[in-house]
Design a binder for this molecule. Structure first.
Ligand code: 5GP
Ligand code: ZN
Length: 131
């Protein structure tokens, strides 16, 4: 059983923020910034690529609700909401979770950098994706 399944089953303690029949939310142990939270399905799915759409929409709704709480109650000025899918994208726990990372200013705990590469052949990629 994965570590998040154990937390959901209350075999491992965690700072739980929200729980319903399908969705579970807790504070990330590492706290990139104060209030860094994770929202996940109770059912084990590896990542967003495997998540059934109806379950995904429930997770997104809870993510929005908690993001609003974080802004209003912790005084964050914004949030980054992201998910990593597969190790190539930085996923370290293979149980789907959304990160909510509160942002207090541009130079706090999170550095998100989109590297600018020379523009590839967009038409070729577009053609593949539209097929
Ligand atoms: P990923 O790298 O898979 O996108 O994110 C996994 C996250 O889970 C990391 O931010 C890490 O700090 C968090 N994490 C790993 N183990 C535990 C744990 O036992 N408890 C809690 N609350 N968070 C954990
Ligand atoms: Zn799991």
């Amino acid at each position: 059983m994965c570590i998040f399944c154990k937390i959901i089953n209350k075999e491992i303690p965690a700072s739980i923020l929200y729980e319903d029949e399908d969705v579970f939310a807790l504070l990330d142990i590492a706290q990139v910034t104060d209030g860094h939270a994770l929202v996940m399905p109770k059912e084990h799915v590896d990542n967003i690529l495997d998540c059934p759409p109806v379950l995904l929409s429930k997770i997104i709704s809870v993510t929005q609700m908690l993001s609003k709480d974080i802004v209003s109650k912790l005084g964050a000025k914004g949030v980054n909401v992201l998910t990593n899918a597969n190790p190539a994208a930085g996923q370290s726990v293979m149980h789907f979770h959304m990160h909510i990372i509160p942002r207090y200013h541009e130079h706090d705990g999170l550095i998100l950098k989109f590297k600018e590469n020379p523009t590839p052949e967009l038409k070729k990629i577009q053609d593949i994706l539209k097929k």
